[in-house]
Write a protein that binds this ligand. Structure first.
Ligand code: SAM
Length: 277
């Protein structure tokens, strides 16, 4: 009998994927965790029924959430990832030779272990000596660190349960304080098509705190609506006006220097969602 998984995207709409094999299914302390193998996207990490990352399309999300802030900062040495237990952002961060330390703060240690075992293509850099893995709540971790990180990447699940506090003004204020003088923060900020109110709120909460706040979009086939927003908050450098002439890329499949500034050009409906001209 064929097996399919169904991800509810909004009320009345779902995405379905045929499953070859379920490799792991576990109730962790925080969520329902599954790793499945699919014919369309290869292996997938699924948390509470929501596809988080897949072997086939992960490069788009992980390259864009990492290289946009790291190529905007003039000399990123210390980087924090909140969430991101699959390790994809860490893999991309460690392609930057200036980085001396990349800290991963993931609340659910079972996600890290599952990804190390079943998604080695994504998690392969978690054992690098420049990477430090901390299992705990990112909200507390950020509050407890001041003036320490050059870049903070919020690679979280959707704004529910333990991830709810990762979207909004109080957390962004703590992120601002945890960043160094030229610090830059980036977060995945959901779909403007299906969740306009959420996208408007998180962008404008960040804008109240960071002198420079910009949104860019990337097309990610397995995320609801396929077209995903990222919000960048920066203390000094404008991520949409980077001199890209000296950027040297390594093994990248989506990010290019030409795309760096261009990805900040938004369609009118997205500008309307966030209230930008
Ligand atoms: N790329 C994915 C996406 O947007 O669908 C997200 C990656 S997924 C691995 C995000 C991770 O954030 C999950 O493993 C989850 O356990 C973690 N997470 C959620 N809330 C957190 C919190 N408060 N502190 C740290 N990690 C958290």
């Amino acid at each position: 009998m064929e097996m399919w998984i169904k991800e509810m995207q909004i009320e009345g709409a779902a995405m379905t994927y045929k499953v070859n094999e379920t490799l792991l299914r576990k109730k962790t302390e925080f969520q329902d965790l599954a790793i499945v193998d699919t014919p369309s996207f290869g292996r997938m990490l699924v948390l509470d029924g929501i596809v988080q990352t897949t072997i086939k399309d992960e490069f788009i999300y992980h390259e864009m959430i990492t290289h946009i802030p790291l190529f905007t900062h003039p000399n990123p040495k210390k980087v924090l990832v909140v969430g991101g237990g699959d390790g994809g952002a860490i893999r991309e961060i460690l392609k930057h030779p200036s980085v001396e330390k990349a800290v991963l703060c993931e609340i659910d240690g079972d996600v890290i272990e599952a990804c190390k075992k079943y998604l080695p293509e994504i998690s392969c850099a978690l054992d690098d000596k420049r990477c430090e893995v901390f299992v705990g709540d990112g909200i507390k971790y950020v509050k407890d660190h001041k003036n320490e990180f050059d870049v903070i990447i919020v690679d979280s699940t959707d704004p529910f349960n333990m991830a709810e506090g990762l979207f909004g003004g109080n957390f962004y204020r703590d992120i601002f304080d945890a960043l160094t003088e030229e610090g830059i923060f980036i977060a995945q900020t959901e779909t403007p098509y299906f969740l306009p109110d959420t996208v408007n709120k998180v962008f404008n909460d960040a804008k109240k705190i960071f002198p420079v706040t910009k949104m860019f979009m990337a097309g990610i086939p397995t995320y609801p609506g396929g077209y995903w927003s990222f919000t960048v908050g920066s203390k000094k450098h404008d991520p949409s006006k980077v001199d890209t002439s000296k950027i040297k890329i390594q093994d990248m499949k989506y990010y290019t220097p030409e795309l760096h500034n261009a990805c900040f050009v938004l369609p009118q409906y997205v500008k309307d969602v966030i209230g930008e001209k």
